[in-house]
Design a protein around this ligand. Structure first.
Ligand SMILES: [Fe+2]
Length: 176
């Protein structure tokens, strides 16, 4: 009988944030205000207001002070690790958060071309505010592996309030 044997590889873990509406009420005004301090990136690779390039990461401090990191990062990550459908040979007891930023697609045609996140094991996206079907697409992973990149997964079925965790080397792109 044919079968797949699973090793860690391309996957998405999708988690619903229970107190999303409360969190949103607090974060959205912060972002709308903070984005005024940023210029809009507008080039073929990316069109967005992105705190990734901000000099001081006040967004991280804001999330940390308000306790949102547990809800949108650590709890989903813990659940994911518990439910991993792979055999483990040791328990992972510690994780470090390298970076957190927002992408605010404020104007029509906002986008972020295919990219991966270097220097991390897992990455995540919290869909904070969206009135349209989600437009993040994931591609088979491996920057050097062209064949895997021909496989894709469209997350149009996800509404705001969901966190998507994925291996950081997985290509993804977003557009509005
Ligand atoms: Fe990304």
């Amino acid at each position: 009988m044919d079968k797949f044997v699973l090793f860690p590889g391309p996957f998405l873990y999708i988690s619903e944030v229970n107190n999303h509406s409360e969190i949103k009420k607090s974060i959205v005004p912060f972002i709308r205000n903070h984005a005024k301090t940023l210029g809009e990136i507008d080039d073929p690779a990316e069109k967005a207001f992105s705190s990734y390039y901000a000099k001081n990461n006040t967004f991280f401090e804001f999330l940390h002070i308000n306790g949102f990191l547990d809800h949108i990062i650590w709890n989903p990550l813990d659940s994911m690790m518990e439910q991993m459908p792979y055999e483990k040979n040791h328990v992972i007891t510690k994780s470090n958060l390298k970076q957190v930023w927002y992408q605010y697609y404020k104007t029509a045609g906002g986008h972020h071309r295919e990219h991966t996140h270097g220097g991390a094991t897992f990455s995540g996206i919290y869909i904070l505010h969206s009135t349209e079907p989600n437009k993040t697409i994931f591609f088979g992973n491996g920057p050097a592996n062209q064949t895997y990149q021909k496989f894709r997964h469209d997350t149009h079925y996800l509404s705001e309030g969901h966190v998507i965790i994925f291996p950081s080397e997985l290509y993804h792109k977003g557009f509005t």
